[in-house]
Ligand binder design. Structure first.
Ligand code: CAA
Length: 294
C-alpha cells in the first residue's frame, strides 16, 4: 500500500471480521468495522480492546502502538461510512445470495477505485464479482481462524481480477505480517480443498468404528504434528461450516468422493455445531457440580 494512511473497511464483526479489523488497526490503517447488529459490534470492540491490552502486557506491542491502533478503529452500523474506504473486506455469513446483495450495494456506494475483497472460505469470487460493475476489483482474501494468530492468507483471483488488484492485496496481506498463497477460483480454493476432505475422512473413521474420537485426534496430532486433531479442528471451525464447504466441493467438483459423511450431516441436524454451541464431536459444557451426600 502507498505512503498515505489508507482506510480499510471490514464488514461483519464475528470472530473473523473482528480479528481482521484488529490486524488492520495494528498494521497502521484507519479501520471501520461494520455490523448491522450493534450488540455484536459492541462485543467485537471490547474483544479487540482486550486482545490489544493482552499484546501490550506481553510486550508484543508497545503501549503507544496499542493505544494508536484502538484510536484508529471505529465501529459503525452504517455502510455509508465506507464511502472513502480504499479496501473493503467482507466477512459476513457464508451465503452466496447475501454476499452478492452486499457486493452489489457496496459497488454503488464506495469510491470507483475501491477494492472489494471477500473472506469467503468457498464461495466463487467470480460469481460474487458478477454482482458488481467492477469485477476486475473483486478478489478473495481468505484469512485462517484465528486471524491474528494464523500466518497465512490465501488470495483468490476471480476470472476477471486484475494483476494490479492482486499485487495491491498481496502487499496488504504482507503488511499484516502474513505469508500469501495464491489460488485460482475453483471450489475450496487450496486450503479447504485439502483440509475438508481430511476432516470428512476423520468423520468416516469415527462413523465406521475405526477408532474413538480421541484416538483419531491423537493419531493426527502426534503422528503428523497437527496442532489440533481433525475432529477437534472441525469443532473449532464449526461443523455447519465444514458441512457447507463439503457441499460446495461435492456440487462444484461433481465427484462422489466429496460427499459429506452421514455422521457430520447428523451432528449438524442435531445442532451439534462445535465449540460455538458448547457441543460438537466433543462437549464443551461445564459438568454440573455434583452434590456430595454424606
Ligand atoms: N485470537 C487471538 N489470539 C489467539 C486466539 C484467538 N482466537 N486463540 C489463541 N490465541 C493466541 C493466544 O493468546 C496465544 O498467544 P501467546 O503465544 O502470545 O500466548 C497463542 O495464540 C496460543 O494460544 P493458546 O496457548 O491458548 O493455545 P494453543 O497453543 O493451543 O493454540 C491455536 C491455539 C492457535 C488455535 C492452535 O490450537 C492452532 O493453531 N490450531 C489450529 C487452528 C487452525 O488450523 N486454523 C485454521 C482453520 S481452517 C480455516 O480457518 C479456514 C476455513 O475456511 C475453515
Amino acid at each position: 500500500m502507498g505512503e498515505t494512511r489508507e482506510t480499510i473497511g471490514v464488514i461483519g464483526s464475528g470472530q473473523m471480521g473482528s480479528g481482521i479489523a484488529q490486524l488492520a488497526a495494528i498494521s497502521g490503517f484507519d479501520v471501520w468495522l461494520h455490523d448491522s447488529d450493534s450488540g455484536a459490534l459492541q462485543r467485537a470492540s471490547e474483544g479487540i480492546g482486550a486482545a490489544l491490552r493482552k499484546l501490550v502486557s506481553k510486550g508484543k506491542l508497545s503501549e503507544l502502538a496499542g493505544t494508536d491502533a484502538l484510536n484508529r478503529l471505529r465501529c459503525t452500523s452504517d455502510l455509508e461510512d465506507f464511502r472513502h474506504a480504499d479496501v473493503i473486506i467482507e466477512a459476513i455469513i457464508e451465503s452466496e445470495d447475501v454476499k452478492k446483495k452486499l457486493f452489489s450495494d457496496l459497488d454503488k456506494l464506495v469510491k470507483p477505485s475501491a477494492i472489494l475483497a471477500s473472506n469467503t472460505s468457498s464461495i466463487s469470487i467470480t460469481r460474487l464479482a458478477s454482482a458488481t460493475r467492477r469485477p476486475a476489483q473483486v478478489i478473495g482474501m481468505h484469512f485462517m481462524n484465528p486471524p491474528p494468530v494464523m500466518k497465512l492468507i490465501e488470495i483468490v483471483r476471480g476470472a476477471d481480477t486484475s494483476e494490479a488488484v492482486f499485487s495491491k492485496i498481496k502487499a496488504l496481506a504482507e503488511r499484516f505480517g502474513k505469508t500469501v498463497i495464491c489460488s485460482n477460483d475453483y471450489p475450496g480454493f487450496i486450503v479447504n480443498r485439502i483440509l475438508m476432505p481430511m476432516i470428512n475422512e476423520a468423520f468416516h473413521a469415527l462413523y465406521t468404528g475405526v477408532a474413538t474420537k480421541e484416538d483419531i485426534d491423537t493419531g493426527m496430532k502426534l503422528g503428523t504434528n497437527h496442532p489440533m486433531g481433525p475432529l477437534e479442528l472441525a469443532d473449532f471451525i464449526g461443523l455447519d461450516v465444514c458441512l457447507s464447504i463439503m457441499k460446495v466441493l461435492h456440487h462444484g467438483l461433481g465427484d462422489s468422493r466429496y460427499s459429506p459423511c452421514p455422521l457430520l450431516v447428523q451432528y449438524v441436524d442435531a445442532g451439534r455445531l462445535g465449540r460455538k454451541k458448547g457441543i460438537g464431536v466433543y462437549s464443551y459444557k461445564k459438568e454440573p457440580v455434583k452434590m456430595l451426600i454424606s
